[in-house]
Design a protein around this ligand. Structure first.
Ligand code: 13P
Length: 252
């Protein structure tokens, strides 16, 4: 059975004290929950990962990174390698976030290299993609999503997909307060599962968790998460407060 996942993407928020405080609060509050089939992931910025790993150790709260470089090591000032992440005990990395694509020039080709590098390090990938508003208005959202997935992931063999989590994040819904309706999310997630099934097989498609991201909050999560093909959320703003984040986890 595929996992349900609630992942907080903290983006460039919270200093080290604030990060450890938030992580500690989440650890405490999650203790009282029966998580069942649900994974809880927090994603601090790089410099705060080690401290957050310390305060989450032994808890149900997993720590992931927001990005990594595709090279093994070398002269890439300011960058972080996959091996550096695994050396901290991390098992998961987010790749392809729309903010990385838009502000840092990450193309599908670069992302395909990052995907390979992450898998070579034994990392699980939360792979993000999604259309901008103009593409949705032009009815191109299915094509855009298909090509983003195809270009960065379809060179993988079926076995590699056990380390892939997909995250549909329509860019027009990120940080805007505007959410895709549960029906729009379900429609896209079902489409994604179908293209994965067509490329690989039904087993791969049924086992891959597909998260929704974009202005998920405690008020709308339950309805979105209740959709058949929505296996959880990648959460920005609402993940920066432990009560809100807990409410999202409880939405399952
Ligand atoms: P918001 O939840 O703030 O819209 O951000 C979503 C997101 O980008 C998660 O990666």
């Amino acid at each position: 059975m595929r996992k349900q996942i609630v992942a907080g993407n903290w983006k460039m928020n919270k200093n080290v004290q604030e990060s450890t405080e938030l992580a500690s609060e989440i650890v405490e509050k999650v203790k009282g929950l029966d998580l069942g089939n649900t994974r809880v992931i927090v994603t601090p910025t790089f410099v705060n990962i080690s401290e957050v790993v310390k305060v989450t150790k032994g808890s149900a709260v997993e720590v992931a990174a927001q990005n990594m470089h595709q090279a093994k090591s070398g002269a890439f000032t300011g960058e972080i390698s996959g091996e550096m992440l695994t050396s901290l005990g991390l098992k998961t990395v987010i790749l392809g976030h729309s903010e990385r694509r838009e502000y840092f020039g990450e193309t599908d080709a670069i992302l395909a290299q990052k995907v390979d590098a992450a898998l070579a390090n034994g990392l699980e990938i939360v792979f993000c993609f999604g259309e901008v508003l103009a593409e949705r208005k032009a009815d191109k959202h299915f094509d855009v999503v298909e090509s983003q997935i195809k270009n960065a992931l379809f060179h993988l063999d079926a076995a590699a997909w056990k380390n892939i989590v997909l995250a549909y994040e329509p860019v027009w819904a990120i940080g805007t307060g505007e959410t895709a309706s549960p029906e729009q999310a379900q429609e896209m997630h079902a489409f994604i599962r179908k293209i994965v099934a067509d490329k690989y097989n039904a087993e791969v498609a049924n086992n891959v968790s597909i998260l929704y991201g974009g202005s998920v909050n405690p008020g709308n999560a339950k309805e979105i998460f209740s959709k058949e093909d929505v296996d959880g959320g990648l959460i920005g703003g609402a993940a920066l407060n432990s009560d809100n984040f807990l409410a999202l986890i409880k939405s399952f």
